[in-house]
Design a protein around this ligand. Structure first.
Ligand SMILES: Nc1ncnc2c1ncn2[C@@H]1O[C@H](COP(=O)(O)OP(=O)(O)OP(=O)(O)O)[C@@H](O)[C@H]1O
Ligand SMILES: [Mg+2]
Length: 256
């Protein structure tokens, strides 16, 4: 058994991050990430040698011009996509080494995603959309229903259970999507422009939902230019041409 333990020496990079992982302070440790998109002969470097550490319970905003690579970065740290180079530890797990099946299970439990275009399943009702990740996680049907209803109430849509996505307004669809992201109560929430194209009242409602998540101690990262969301942040990262051009700790006592 002893031999088995020492069979493979850890690589240098593993040793370097080991203490940071084991002290439990960081939820994400990303090192030297490169993400290229190849279209024919043309290569776009969307993320360019980027390293990033995310402390647990932080509330991070990513800003930056269109095409800067914000969505690409969120997809990488959430394990929705893999980098060409570099490593990502999430919750102490080296997700860049996981096979797709393990990665999918990892995401299901650890990370809630909220997308600009909601990404609801069009053939499922609001309630069923929220139940879906719980079903994948093996929760009983009774629990799925109870929790989905609680979440629908939490996002103010208890009376829209049976609605299909096309029967909901844009703001309502996004609130269902937020409820779905919270379905398995993940500690990490990633949101990509969650209030883009929504009116002020809905944006404020969504801001309050993120504020609640913050108070619950979730770690949150949002790509946005929405001032209402930026108010909640304790760190603002500016992203340009695949690199971090500014990384600022802001009022860490930001109001909730
Ligand atoms: N699937 C893809 N195939 C090819 N190129 C892509 C793909 N996705 C993104 N890109 C390119 O990568 C770069 C970064 O795109 P990304 O969507 O990450 O930017 P962004 O900062 O999120 O922009 P926006 O603010 O408009 O959402 C862009 O130049 C884009 O054209
Ligand atoms: Mg984007």
């Amino acid at each position: 058994m002893e031999n088995e333990f020492f069979e493979k020496a850890p690589d240098i990079e593993d040793i370097a991050v080991l203490s940071e992982i084991t002290d439990g302070r960081f939820l994400i440790l990303a090192t030297n990430l490169i993400k290229d998109y190849e279209i024919g002969d043309f290569i776009v470097r969307a993320v360019d040698d980027l390293s990033l550490k995310i402390e647990k319970t932080s509330f991070i905003i990513i800003k930056g011009p269109s095409g800067a690579g914000k969505t690409t970065l969120l997809n990488l740290i959430g394990g929705l996509d893999l980098p060409n180079m570099g490593t990502i530890y999430s919750h102490g797990v080296k997700i860049t080494n996981l096979q797709e099946e393990s990665l999918a299970t990892f995401r299901l439990i650890n990370t809630g995603f909220i997308f600009q275009n909601y990404n609801l399943i069009s053939t499922l009702t609001a309630e069923e959309n929220i139940m879906f990740p719980m079903k994948l996680a093996g929760m009983s049907l009774k629990e799925q229903r109870e929790r989905a209803l609680n979440l629908l109430n939490q996002v103010g849509l208890g009376d829209r259970r049976e609605h299909l996505p096309f029967q909901l307004s844009a703001g309502e669809q996004q609130r269902v999507a937020i409820a779905r992201a919270l379905a398995n109560d993940p500690p990490f929430i990633i949101a990509d422009e969650p209030t883009a194209n929504l009116d002020k009242k809905t944006s404020l409602f969504i801001r309050d939902l993120f504020s609640d998540m913050k108070q619950e101690g979730k770690t949150i990262i949002i790509a946005t230019h929405d001032d209402y969301l930026i108010e909640l942040a304790n760190r603002v990262i500016t992203f340009e041409d695949g690199k971090i051009s500014n990384d600022q700790v802001v009022n860490s006592q930001a109001k909730n």
